[in-house]
Design a protein around this ligand. Structure first.
Ligand code: OAD
Length: 277
């Protein structure tokens, strides 16, 4: 399997086959909901944009992590070998931010609609655990998570509750504890990748939410597997906009909140509307 890399699928400004803004008439939400009602199998790919509404930064947008931090220092095996304390200090801060954040309407909407389908798979590039905390069940964490550390030599794992104590990075076996996440140049976890590729291949409907679509191989799940109808939900054009069937240019919570409400006939969780509070 190919290792994680950032790549532009295309450099053009071609638009999606169908671009819609949520507030424009034209029935894009109606179309999406009808396709979901008809779908037997749904695949969702999410990126950091879905957690932006939980207050967490994305990677490449304004205020994005890779605008102010060096990928090679913080998200590569070489960077970790050079300065493990720097790397852990950064991931400890990120982990703390994840812990303070709350799942957004979009995270919760995906968890709400999952039981409506016999076959529903959510693959995420995010390491913030917000899908799990929102109640999603069939979640594939393609880039790992920040709940655990693992020894780079003997693979022993330890929980990251409270963060990684910097004085305990060195492991007794001679290895070092590292974050249980995938860095650039490394391969995705094999099981998660296989299940994600299979789910993407059999899906009737694919939703691609809050990702720039430039990190491979994750982005290829959106457009490279199967023949399902693909909609991206993203306020901005992305590297894969011209490969999807519909681009809904709006925030994830705005769209998914409506979708969940409509799929439940206007009432959710015993009549409580899905709100951002
Ligand atoms: P990016 O920062 O590349 O893209 C975030 C996307 O979210 C952008 O396309 C935004 O337009 C979109 N976005 C922002 N706010 C949104 C909202 N409210 N609703 C929907 N979309 C919104 O982040 P990712 O695509 O997640 O990998 O990046 C992929 C991978 O690159 C990450 O998993 C990470 C990073 O380097 C590793 O660390 C291996």
């Amino acid at each position: 399997m190919t290792s994680v890399r950032a790549t532009r699928v295309n450099g053009s400004s071609n638009s999606a086959r169908f671009v819609a803004r949520i507030h424009e008439p034209g029935g894009v939400i109606d179309d999406l909901i009808q396709r979901l009602r008809d779908a037997k199998s749904v695949f969702v790919l999410t990126g950091s944009g879905i957690s932006a509404e939980s207050g967490l930064p994305t990677f490449r947008g304004v205020g994005g992590l890779w605008r102010t931090h060096r990928v090679s220092e913080l998200a590569s095996p070489e960077g970790f070998a050079r300065d493990p304390v720097l790397v852990w200090t950064w991931y400890n801060e990120r982990r703390a931010a994840h812990g303070s954040a709350q799942p957004s309407v979009a995270h919760r909407a995906l968890a709400q609609i999952e039981p409506l389908f016999d076959d529903f798979t959510l693959a995420t590039q995010n390491v913030d655990s917000l899908h799990l905390r929102a109640g999603s069940r069939n979640v594939l964490e393609l880039h790992g998570n920040l709940r655990e550390a693992r020894c780079s030599v003997c693979e022993e794992r330890r929980s990251l509750e409270g963060g990684m104590p910097l004085e305990e990075i060195e492991h007794a076996c001679g290895g070092r504890f590292r974050p249980q996440i995938v860095w650039f140049g490394e391969s995705l976890p094999q099981t998660e990748w296989r299940f994600a590729a299979q789910a993407a291949s059999r899906a009737d409907v694919k939703l691609v939410i809050g990702t720039s679509g430039i990190v491979q191989p994750a982005a290829s799940l959106a457009t490279g597997y199967g023949a399902g109808w693909v909609a991206e939900i993203n306020p901005e054009e992305t590297a894969i906009s011209n490969l999807v069937d519909a681009s809904i240019r709006a925030g994830a919570s705005d769209v998914l909140g409506r979708v969940a409400e409509r799929l439940y006939g206007g009432s959710l969780s015993g009549g409580r509307p899905l709100s951002s509070s």
